[in-house]
Design a protein around this ligand. Structure first.
Ligand code: GLN
Ligand code: ZN
Length: 751
């Protein structure tokens, strides 16, 4: 049985590409040197793939910044504003990626969006009336040739025309339809050129096919490929899908003249049943996504071999592959030295997955019946915690509902805590100034003791309270100096988490994240934040808000387990956070914020599954955290990225007393939705954008608050920035907040 995979990480094992690109931006290295580093990375990776005997090796999955951006360039979809800068080809590319500000002009970057249900972000192609789509690039061919020289005949990978068209943003008067023919022509030319070069395969990635498709979309897909595929003679075309099943177009797809079809059997819940219903055509190769390309766990061999046996019933022509590109996992467990062997033995990163493919292919050839599969699995001892399991199993309705109802609570809280009209507050973090970062570094290096570290943190808290009192804010925060990250910090303080040193995953461009791994059952052993909040609370007469991260966000920004459900994990974390909430309350904290910045992030791709597969348990996991607090304790939550319109009811249903969210950056469009839905939670739509160092004027904020009170009951309105102030400088943050308080005072006087 042959093996392949959909794509590989490219940032470099030690993030060599990140550093090279950033150095190029800083003009520390030349283009030539950057390209040499990029080539080294590709060469090294091809060698690994060859050594691990992958049968079909992809190319062009590499990118200096983003694959969708590469495709925009390849199709000449380079907006005029970038061309007009008259930069080099490479600098034009980077100008599209991150904007340009310099002697040649001032242009914003292309918009960035989440790549389906992953944490990767792609650059959104922009199509204008004057965009002339035509085949423009040599990247795909030069990388192909490079591999040929290294003795490897690769399969170039490229995002397909249908997905490109669906994800592009139309900027002029032309309709989407008006670009179809030009795109088809460009792809026809591409096929020609691939034929000329004697390529064996080309792979078109069409993840947009796993979304809910209407007839029109299916038809568009058919129409594009009917024309594109006419052009091929010897070249074989693989239509690759991932991130789900293609239930809305499978029937049509199998009768189209593709040579290979790539199907995801991991996230594709219905993939197998589609086979049962429609079969798999004889004249095509099945690229079976049987290894999870997104998770970091060792493959469950018995389960996977059973699946392969099952697939063999439909076709003999199978290439086993990953469920999606390995871009979404780190490089190799070989780089991890600190983790215990009995933890590490459970993991499989990109390189290990290649090894698994090879092993599976051998086993699959030998095994004709499922009974012969060796049921060897790693020890599970460290992962189970009976107490936690019992607690989760005992949860009932009461654990998810808070009494009395919100309207009653809100009145009680305002009186008891003494919350003024248009209460001013912040989202939690204060600027993580140099000194904070330095002291954390020193502590992690072992240069200073825990006691010294904490003493310094407390001194920062003290300063932070003083600053807020001077500014005149109503509800204060302790500043979050003890954490550098809203998930990692909690992970480090919860049993069941594992941390890696080098398991970086590209988030966008040169930005990588290193998600912690949920390894076992999650348990809180001792209070995590109480001492910091309690200390801050004693320093002032004003209320201090406790600050926690919610279970859904903790889960969504971690690598989850595969042996239990997301819902179970969310409830385990929810219980840990509940313990913390109740301890904060017992320590006299009257307001507790539970951030759910990432609630929206893992919404299923198909709307029909939003509730059943996600929101139902996600909302409950949040409610679990605060269901047992007193009526007078006020629960806040916070969310970023304000695309909330379609889940606004569900957000209200989280039953928090107050929500603050990002709004200024999206021009307060959310206000209309809040008004239209009679939103019950008190709200603090952000009055200024914290992503920019610019200080908003009193006048500007005053106007925004006036606008807000026209749409939202002033008794339910809070005044705050869009998000935490962690990335800002202290002076600008203080100046902005001063203006915020002054603006609030002006509007209060008008009431
Ligand atoms: N409380 C966090 C902070 O203020 C929230 C961060 C976030 O929403 N991303 O930094
Ligand atoms: Zn935020």
């Amino acid at each position: 049985m042959q093996t392949t995979f959909i794509g590989y990480p490219r940032i470099g094992k030690m993030r060599e590409l990140k550093f090279a690109v950033e150095n190029y931006w800083k003009k520390n290295i030349t283009e030539k040197s950057l390209r040499a580093t990029a080539q080294d990375i590709r060469m090294e990776q091809w060698k690994v793939m060859k050594n691990l005997r992958v049968s079909l090796i992809p190319s062009n999955d590499f990118s200096l910044y983003d694959g969708m951006l590469d495709l925009s360039v390849m199709l000449n979809a380079i907006p005029k504003k970038y061309k007009d800068l008259h930069l080099s080809e490479l600098d034009t590319y980077f100008a599209m990626a991150r904007g340009y500000q310099g002697d040649k002009g001032d242009v914003e970057a292309l918009a960035m969006k989440k790549w389906f249900n992953t944490n990767y972000h792609y650059l959104v192609p922009e199509l204008y009336d004057d965009t002339e789509i035509k085949l423009n690039t040599t990247k795909l061919f030069s990388e192909y040739q490079e591999a040929v020289k290294a003795g490897i005949k690769t399969r170039p990978v490229i995002i397909g025309p249908y997905t490109f068209l669906q994800l592009a943003s139309i900027k002029g008067n032309k309709t989407r339809e008006e670009y179809v023919n030009e795109i088809i022509t460009a792809f026809c030319q591409l096929i020609h050129q691939c034929e000329e070069k004697g390529m064996e395969w080309i792979q078109f990635d069409e993840p947009s096919l796993v979304m809910d498709l209407d007839n029109e979309s299916v038809h568009l897909f058919q129409r594009i490929y009917e024309k594109v595929l006419i052009e091929k003679s010897n070249l074989k075309v693989l239509l690759q899908t991932y991130f789900g099943d293609i239930r809305d177009c499978y029937k049509e797809l199998i009768s189209m003249p593709f040579d290979g079809i790539g199907i995801d059997f991991i996230e594709g819940r219905k993939s197998l049943s589609l086979f049962e219903q429609y079969g798999f055509p004889e004249n095509k190769t099945l690229f079976a996504g049987v290894i999870n390309g997104k998770n970091i766990w060792k493959c469950d061999y018995p389960k996977t071999l059973t699946l392969i046996c099952e697939l063999k019933k439909f076709t003999d022509d199978i290439v086993i592959s990953t469920s999606c590109s390995l871009l979404h996992v780190p490089y190799s467990i070989k780089s991890e030295n600190k983790l215990a062997d009995d933890i590490l033995e459970h993991f499989s990163f990109a390189e290990e997955k290649l090894y698994e493919l090879q092993e599976l292919s051998q086993l699959a050839d030998q095994i004709d019946s499922i009974e012969n599969i060796n049921k060897q699995v790693c020890s599970n001892q460290k992962r189970l915690n009976e107490d936690v399991r019992k607690r989760v199993s005992l949860l009932n309705e009461d654990d998810f509902s808070r009494n009395p109802i919100r309207a009653e609570r809100q009145i009680l809280q305002r009186k008891k805590i003494g919350i003024p009209q248009l209460a001013t507050t912040t989202i939690g973090s204060f600027p993580q100034i140099k000194e904070v970062k330095q002291i954390r570094k020193n502590y992690k290096k072992g240069d200073i003791s825990l006691a010294e570290y904490e003493e310094t943190i407390f001194s920062f808290i003290k300063d932070c309270i003083k600053i807020q009192e001077d500014i005149g804010l109503d509800i204060l925060v302790h500043g979050e100096y003890e954490r550098n990250d809203m998930v990692e910090f909690f992970g480090e303080n919860l049993e069941g988490y594992a941390f890696t040193d080098f398991a970086w995953v590209q988030s966008y461009g040169t930005r990588c994240v290193k998600p912690p791994i949920i390894f076992g059952d999650i348990k809180r052993e001792k209070p995590i934040t109480v001492k910091y909040s309690a200390y801050a609370d004693k320093l002032t007469k004003k209320p201090v808000k406790g600050m926690l991260t919610g279970p859904v966000t903790i889960l969504n920004w971690s690598f989850p387990r595969e042996d239990i459900t997301l819902k179970e994990m969310a409830f385990q974390i929810g219980l840990a956070i509940r313990d913390e909430v109740l301890d904060l309350e017992a320590a006299g904290i009257q307001i507790i914020q539970i951030d759910e910045a990432a609630l929206r992030e893992k919404l299923p791709l198909r709307k029909s599954e939003w509730h059943s597969e996600y929101l139902d348990w996600a909302i409950n996991a949040f409610r679990l955290c605060h269901s047992k607090v007193k009526a007078e304790t006020q629960i806040h939550t916070h969310m970023c990225y304000s695309e909330f319109d379609d889940i606004i009811k569900e957000i209200d249903c989280m039953d928090a007393d107050v929500i603050t969210f990002e709004a200024a950056r999206s021009k307060l469009i959310i206000l209309d939705t809040l008004q239209a839905t009679a939103f019950e939670t008190e709200v603090g739509p952000g009055v200024y954008d914290i992503h920019s160092p610019r200080i908003p004027s009193v006048d500007e904020i005053t106007k925004i608050i006036r606008k807000m009170i026209q749409k939202i009951n002033v008794e339910k309105l809070w005044v705050n920035p869009d998000c935490g102030l962690k990335t800002r400088g202290l002076e600008e943050a203080a100046a902005s907040l001063k203006n915020l308080v002054e603006a609030t005072e002006i509007v209060r006087n008008e009431l």
